[in-house]
Design a protein around this ligand. Structure first.
Ligand code: ADP
Ligand code: MG
Length: 378
């Protein structure tokens, strides 16, 4: 990818710039916990967006996207927004830095990536963090702190791309560190690295390539259930609720709200249990907790779908160590922790059996926990 970018940069702009990269991400465990003030547990992966960039001493930005084979040119004022969606991510980063009092001047850039688009691995956050990191280095002497870089990416999604996302994806992409996952406390925004070096196991995503659009927003309904129960229990968010308090109030909570809150409270504990297991290097326990999360998402939170439950069953039958839905649900990927000697059989079975039942194969993405945003020096 690097050579291709360098070749295209020479062709479009002549000479060379500086190379930067940032990564997509997975979330090992901690689902639907962010808006409940709980923990998420992401890590950056070995799938990246890489860009070569050079200031051009003008007030215009020229960018060539290799993967889309398209060029965008824009100024740096609010009214200069480009029309291409992919370029709005880059424009948004420029604007959000400027809005915060930072500096961005004109530049030339060429970029490419291998984070699958729209598969739940957050290619958009990789793109945002790559440019946010680069523009901080090139024009701001790295004075913008890393949390702010993540917020700049998040605000770009909100203000320029119409996606009302949380902070996890950009956080993971900016702070990612090889061989480490990060437990982010969504209440205090404090985080801690935990070693993740699953020797003898692979981490693999199985993408169902389905996305069920439901009539009313299940996301908003889930949030409302959580808020109702938190209010009933007298806590700000379910982060502060216990299973005992929930059970004591069971008679005044609807059966549906009870199940939703039960999942959130249990999921918070599971993240902490996974961290303990990782500190012991106990990947079998990590896997069991992943299955427990799947079960909760499917039965209590009810955000799974037939295809994802099917993939989870295939994983179980093939002796996969851990498997669960990754992301909000109703389609997308499962994330699987698989012992090396079970891997080939599992992948072959998942492809064959899914194809027999649903008429197409799932996509398979192997991932390794890797560094996030960086200057590419090698
Ligand atoms: P994801 O879940 O992968 O983040 P999104 O829909 O949020 O999916 O973001 C995908 C968008 O990000 C693409 O439509 C495109 O605009 C931009 N993007 C991601 N990767 C690339 C790439 N390699 N080249 C150009 N644009 C990209
Ligand atoms: Mg995205």
């Amino acid at each position: 990818m690097k050579e291709k970018i360098q070749e295209e940069f020479k062709k479009h702009f002549g000479g060379e710039g500086t190379l930067y990269a940032s990564a997509g991400r997975i979330n090992l465990i901690g689902e639907h916990t962010d808006y409940n003030g709980g923990y998420v547990f992401p890590g950056a992966i070995d799938k990246v967006i890489m860009a070569e960039i050079r200031p051009n001493d003008t007030d215009k930005v020229h960018v060539y996207s290799i993967d889309i084979d398209d060029t965008a040119e824009f100024g740096l004022n609010e009214e200069d927004a480009p029309k291409q969606q992919w370029a709005r991510y880059i424009f948004g980063i420029c604007r959000e830095i400027i809005k915060r009092g930072g500096t961005v001047k004109g530049f030339d850039a060429v970029f490419a990536g291998n984070v699958p688009l729209g598969a739940g691995l957050s290619s958009s956050a990789a793109l945002e963090s790559c440019f946010a990191f680069a523009l901080n280095d090139l024009f701001n002497g790295n004075t913008i702190d890393k949390f702010e870089l993540a917020r700049i990416g998040q605000s770009t999604e909100h203000n320029y791309c119409g996606v009302n996302c949380g902070i996890m994806d950009q956080f993971a992409s900016v702070f990612g560190k090889k061989g480490n996952l990060m437990r982010l406390d969504c209440r205090s925004m404090e985080f801690e690295y935990f070693p993740f070096n699953p020797q003898g196991y692979k981490l693999v995503l199985v993408d169902s390539v389905v996305k069920h659009e439901l009539v009313d927003s299940p996301y908003n309904k889930r949030r409302q259930s959580c808020e109702r129960v938190a209010k009933r229990l007298g806590v700000e968010t379910l982060r502060d609720a216990t299973k005992e308090a929930l059970d004591a109030a069971k008679s005044d909570i609807s059966a549906e709200d009870y199940s939703r809150a039960k999942f959130v409270i249990e999921e918070k504990e599971r993240v902490l249990d996974v961290c303990d297991a990782l500190n012991r290097g106990d990947y079998e326990t990590v896997g069991q907790l992943m299955y427990a999360t799947h079960n909760g998402l499917s039965k209590d939170y009810e955000v799974s779908c037939e295809e994802l439950d099917f993939l989870n069953d295939v994983a179980k039958e093939c002796g996969v160590t851990g498997s669960r839905i990754m992301g909000g649900g109703f389609g997308g990927c499962t994330i699987n922790l698989v012992a090396d000697d079970k891997y080939d059989h599992f992948i072959a079975e998942a492809k064959k059996r899914f194809n027999e039942k649903y008429g197409h194969e799932p996509k398979i993405y192997d991932v390794v926990i890797s560094d996030g945003a960086r200057k590419v020096t090698e």
